[in-house]
Design a protein. Structure first.
Length: 581
């Protein structure tokens, strides 16, 4: 429109607003529109709403669709367009009271699809062979290879570089380029640049819908991606390598026909595609912790969560998607004091909903003034809400680990992140200092912005930011405040470095990236990661007596399965009782 950004056309994302009184057209994430619905339930500021990429079925999109369906019945003047490239159109039409359907033919070139004759045992090895085969036999054109994660992508790029050396004289250069979310912006930009040779972009499913790379003619699709799965009993979300859906497979093949006729090589049989792949990817609401969703719905004014018009109510699909997802969310919010025993939103819960954070973070932040460490908890929460700040390049891992060790704190990773942020501020947010210390300057800059906004939220609600005093006391108080939010994420040490999640008797080990050495009896963790083993990541040392102090009803000895953790808590409980007597 040839106007200044933030004037007639603006945008709004979490922790960043770029609009003005003149703004007529506003781009925003689904989460931001949902937050606006908390203060304006009829979305009266808007005359037209476009929900794009609706097939992604994110948590916020699913709730927005339920809210907008109700708003449309009350506001006949509101126009709503639901857009997608791979949508189950009939299901959406039916949900939106038989809304009209407009089908726009895509401007893509034809794509030939090839399947394997039999199932591949090792899809990564098969992918490398397929790429080399294309390079030898097919005319010029770049290749897009879909893989599941960073390690797989880096290893494949390394193997392709080694293999392409022998082929270069006869077939020309092959240039493997990685693409995943944790990659630095400079490295990501390389996929769009011209290079001397045939490009091979090895990518996660970020290249499935989010961006288009000119020059791609060949797509190699092994048929897998990492997908989020929530285990309500263990209260953990984990990324698992799972088969993609038919809709994703179609989307991937379409990437080959953007600039000219292309080819897609599927590393699975046609029978697998027709009979074993799901039609659509499961919506996020069926495989996520929905505590923040429940809190937002209550804040908006939805009294009966069970009767809310979800397109797919939580716990209705899939073998691992138990109906207890909703119950676990309600349980967590009740323990935090956000809901009363009748399931009604409390005043404290209303304040929690104002923070654009997961409930665990909101709770830790709101109790931090009681422990005289609000400034420090603010910083840690801000850093945990951006992508990882540590950079560990494959060709420089030793130097990166040595640089990280300079920031490490004896009590764990949360205070290590605090050290990183404070050093970044002391060095005037200098990008060169970040580069020299193997830190991601972009993510730290984002953390500074998030912290300043969260501080405004705290001030708005009259929550002070006084300081604890001496170093040891501060370290203790910070961990205690964080434990108030993450007391459900606690593990107890057993034999040979194996830990047990206290409430669920699940065996886990510390992630290699943690600065703890596995010698601490009790740890609090931020993330559960399931790869070759069950890992807990971003961990800090805690004292078990805090659990009985911060969450006595949750850690009631009757609620914990018989384990070393239960016996340890039982001893502490007896000591506390004898002191009282």
């Amino acid at each position: 429109m040839d106007v200044e950004l933030g004037e007639e056309v603006g945008y709004s994302i979490r922790f960043e607003e770029c609009t003005s009184d003149k703004t007529l057209l506003k781009y925003m994430t689904d989460g931001m529109l949902l937050r606006e619905a908390m203060t304006d339930p009829l979305l009266s500021r808007y005359s037209a709403i476009i929900l794009d990429e609706a097939h992604d079925r994110t948590l916020a999109t699913d709730i927005l669709m339920g809210l907008i369906k109700g708003i449309c019945r009350k506001r006949r003047d509101l126009k709503v367009v639901v857009m997608s490239a791979t949508l189950d159109a009939e299901k959406f039409q039916k949900y939106f009271d038989n809304a009209p359907l407009m089908s726009v033919p895509g401007r893509t070139f034809p794509v030939e699809i090839y399947y394997t004759k039999q199932v591949e045992k090792d899809y990564v090895e098969a992918a490398v062979k397929t790429v080399l085969q294309i390079h030898k036999k097919e005319p010029p054109g770049d290749i897009l290879l879909f893989l599941t994660g960073e390690d797989e992508i880096e290893e494949t790029c390394k193997n392709l570089r080694i293999s392409s050396v022998e082929l270069e004289k006869q077939y020309g250069p092959l240039v493997p380029l990685p693409l995943y979310s944790n990659l630095s912006p400079l490295e990501q930009a390389k996929i769009f640049q011209n290079c001397n040779g045939r490009k091979v972009v090895a990518s996660t499913n970020i290249a499935e819908t989010s961006l288009t790379i000119d020059g791609i003619v060949y797509v190699v699709d092994p048929g897998f991606s990492k997908q989020k799965v929530y285990h309500p009993r263990m209260r953990v979300e984990s990324l698992l390598v799972s088969p993609i859906s038919k809709a994703s497979a179609q989307q991937r093949s379409g990437r080959a026909g953007r600039t000219r006729p292309g080819k897609c090589y599927r590393l699975y049989t046609e029978k697998v595609f027709q009979e074993e792949l799901e039609e659509q990817t499961y919506p996020e609401i069926l495989k996520s912790n929905i505590a923040s969703v429940v809190l937002q719905l209550k804040k908006i004014g939805v009294e009966n969560l069970i009767k809310f018009d979800f397109m797919d109510p939580p716990g209705t699909l899939g073998p691992n998607l138990a109906p207890e997802t909703m119950m676990r969310a309600l349980e967590m919010l009740f323990y935090f004091g956000a809901f009363d025993s009748q399931g009604n939103l409390t005043e404290y819960g209303s304040l929690m909903a104002d923070f654009p954070l997961d409930p665990q973070f909101s709770h830790a932040l709101m109790v931090s003034p009681k422990f005289n460490c609000a400034e420090e908890v603010l910083t840690i929460v801000a850093v945990l809400n951006v992508p990882p700040v540590f950079v560990r390049p494959k060709n420089n891992q030793r130097k990166a680990d040595a640089a990280k060790s300079r920031f490490e704190h004896e009590h764990g990773d949360h205070l290590t992140l605090l050290n990183v942020y404070n050093s970044y501020i002391e060095n005037d947010c200098n990008p060169k200092w970040c580069f020299d210390n193997f830190l991601n300057a972009r993510n730290l800059k984002q953390a500074v912005n998030i912290r300043s906004q969260l501080k405004r939220y705290l001030s708005k609600h009259g929550l002070g930011s006084n300081n604890a005093g001496n170093y040891e006391q501060l370290s203790r108080n910070v961990r205690k405040a964080l434990c108030a939010g993450f007391y459900m994420h606690v593990a107890h040490a057993g034999k040979a470095g194996v830990y047990t999640i206290a409430k669920d008797d699940l065996k886990v080990v510390l992630h290699p990236s943690t600065c703890l050495k596995g010698k601490d009896d009790w740890v609090m963790y931020h993330e559960f990661v399931l790869t070759s083993k069950q890992y807990i990541r971003t961990c800090s040392k805690i004292e078990p007596s805090w659990l009985l102090e911060l969450a006595p009803s949750y850690y009631s000895l009757n609620n914990i399965p018989d384990s070393d953790a239960k016996r340890a808590l039982s001893k502490i409980s007896k000591k506390k009782n004898s002191k009282r007597k």
